[in-house]
Design a protein around this ligand. Sequence first.
Ligand SMILES: [Zn+2]
Length: 312
Amino acid sequence: MRSYGDGHCDTIVRIYEKGQELFCNDGHIDIQRLKNFQAPLQFFAIWLEPRYYPIAMHQTMKYIEFFYSQIEKNPDYIGHICCYQDVQENIKNNKISALLSIEGGEALEGEISAIHTYHRLGVRSMSLTWNHRNQLADGVAEKDSKRGLTKFGTDVVKEMEELGMIVDVSHLSEPGFWDVYNLARKPFIASHSNAREICDVPRNLTDNQLRAIAEKGGIIGLNLYPPFLTSKKEVKVEDVFRHIDHILSIAGEDFIALGTDFDGIDCCPEEILDVKDMEHILSRIEREFGEQVVEKISSKNLLRVVKEVLCF
Ligand SMILES: [Zn+2]
C-alpha cells in the first residue's frame, strides 16, 4: 500500500451541504476510498461561500461541529490530529490522519482572539484569504492589488506561528505573499496552487514564489483543477506532470506535495475520477522520477511541515 498526503480538499463542506457522510459519499473523497492508502494524511478545509461572510464564525462553527461528528462516527478508521505525535499514533493504528484547516481568514471576523479559539478547537492550518479582499489581505481576484498584509493580517501570521499553526498562502495576492515571506520564521505552504510559468493564471505561483516557499522549508501542493493546469480544453495527466517537472526544477524535490482540491472542483483531468485514481498518478511519478521522489511528493514533504510547524 502506498502512503498518501493531501494538503487540501473541500469534502467536509460538500458533504454537509449535501447531507452526506464521510464514510461513503458520491464525491471525490470518503473514508472507504482513502483507507486504500497506507495511513493517509488528509487536510480537511472549511471554506465559506461568500454569502456566509456576514456570519462567518457562526457558519464555521457548524462545519467544525460536523467535522468532529463525522470523525467520531468512524473511530476505527480516522483520527483528528493536533500534533505530529497524533499522526504517528494513527500510522501505528493504520488510521487516516485528519488535519482540520480553514480556507480564508474571514472566519476570524476581524477578531485576533478567534485564532486562539480555532486553535483550541483543533484547527491547525489556515489560508489567509480566499479570492477576495478581507481583513487580513487581498485575495488573487483583487487584480493588480498593491495591498499586502494589513496590521491585522500581520498579527494573525505572528499568532499562528506562535501557536503552531500552518500559514497557507494559496489564494493570496502577491504583495500579501511577500509580506508573509518576510515575516515567516517557520515553513509556510501554498496548499493547492500550481506553477504560473506552465499555466498563467493568478491562482498559480511565479518561479520566485516557488523558490521563496522552498527557501522557508514549506511546500507547494499540486492542484488538480483543470483551469489551473492548462488553458487547453482537454486536460490530461500529462498536464499535471508538466507542473511536477517545473516545480521540481525550480523548488526541488523536498518542497512539492499534493493539494488536490478534491470536492472543491467540478472537473478533473482525464483518467482521474476521484482519490482512488491518485494511485495511478503516484505510480507514474515513481516510474518517471524514482522511488525517493514519489515518497516525498506522496506524503513525506507534507508530513515534514506538519512535524516542523505543529510540534515544538
Ligand atoms: Zn481553494
